[in-house]
Design a protein around this ligand. Structure first.
Ligand SMILES: [Zn+2]
Ligand SMILES: [Zn+2]
Length: 316
């Protein structure tokens, strides 16, 4: 059952079957063998076009096979948030070139997951300096096991590692705007940050938000349902009624939609917590279908209620 759920989840996120041999040549330099799921993700990304949406004068949303990306353009150089899969890099560079002739500046990772960082090496080779939370560099430097999906992500090659990192917060002044970055307490992982383009009022929150669907929470690298709820509160406190909020997955959103997602997670936590406190085992809680009334609205992204209940149970 678990394999079935997971397989559907990954297919939904663009990991269609395909051949690892389609990966770019420079990937061959990687020493560690790549798990099938990553190879499939890369093959799927080759066939997924990048869609560009203008959000402000010089800020764009780029959407392809991996996590949602943001792009800020301007004379001081282009700043990209997240890197999708390695095979998406040529398409990303083409999408950037279509709206800007400026040089590459920084690539900022919202967190360590490979659907947001697999393109790091190729984008770094194209001239971007990779910036992230210090834990992202730590996680990418060593193999990471994703227990729920039953595979280990190999350590990233040197060129993929962030060369600039920060702890709690960082600010940058670029292209007429102020970028404010801050670490969330462990939420989806222990590496999550947000990036706020203050003047443009665009906020990229990474995978602490899956807009309109049940999320995946990576309990193996510090994630927990309580942390996700707190991270949502932190993002809600920054956002105004007109802030354009980019989720890690799903369509562009706003504060009201993020509030709904936060409230859903709070409901999940409360229900699972009550059953767990009453002595029910994880399997018993899942069997009680405590989220049945929520499924119609939220069971849309490929991650099931059963999976989320399990994560909530284990991280409460
Ligand atoms: Zn993601
Ligand atoms: Zn993620």
């Amino acid at each position: 059952m678990r394999t079935e759920i997971n397989r559907r989840g990954f297919v939904k996120f663009g990991l269609a079957a395909g051949a690892a041999s389609l990966a770019p040549r420079w990937l061959a330099a990687q020493a560690a063998p790549v798990p099938d799921r990553i190879a499939q993700a890369r093959a799927g990304a080759l066939k997924t076009p990048i869609k560009t949406t203008k959000l402000a004068d010089n800020v764009y949303l780029l959407q392809g096979a991996g996590g949602n990306m943001a792009l800020q353009t301007g004379p001081e150089g282009n700043i990209l948030i997240d890197a999708s899969f390695a095979t998406a890099v040529p398409g990303i560079l083409e999408a950037i070139g279509a709206v800007s002739k400026a040089s590459p500046d920084a690539l900022i990772n919202t967190h360590w997951h490979f659907d947001h960082t697999d393109g790091n090496e190729g984008l770094h080779a194209a001239g971007f300096t990779v910036v992230a939370h210090e834990k992202t560099r730590e996680r990418l430097s060593a193999p990471q096991t994703m227990k729920l999906f039953g595979f280990t992500v190999p350590a990233s090659p040197a060129g993929a590692l962030p060369s600039v990192t920060f702890g709690d917060t960082m600010q940058a002044w670029r292209n007429g705007d102020t970028l404010h970055m801050a670490h969330f307490e462990p939420a989806h992982t222990d590496t999550d940050i947000y990036i706020h383009f203050k003047k443009a009022d665009v906020l990229h929150v990474g995978d602490i938000w899956f807009n309109g669907m049940y999320p995946f929470i990576d309990e193996g690298t510090g994630g927990s349902i309580g942390g996700m709820i707190k991270a949502g509160e932190k993002a809600l406190a920054i956002a105004g009624p007109d802030t354009k909020i980019i989720p890690g997955h799903g369509p562009l959103g706003n504060k009201a939609q993020l509030q709904k997602f936060h409230d859903m997670l709070s409901t999940v936590r409360d229900r699972v917590d009550a059953l767990k406190a009453g002595g029910a085992s994880e399997q018993e809680v899942i069997a009680k279908k405590p989220l049945a009334d929520l499924d119609e609205t939220w069971a849309k992204g490929g991650f099931s209620a059963d999976m989320l209940i399990g994560i909530a149970y284990r991280t409460l």
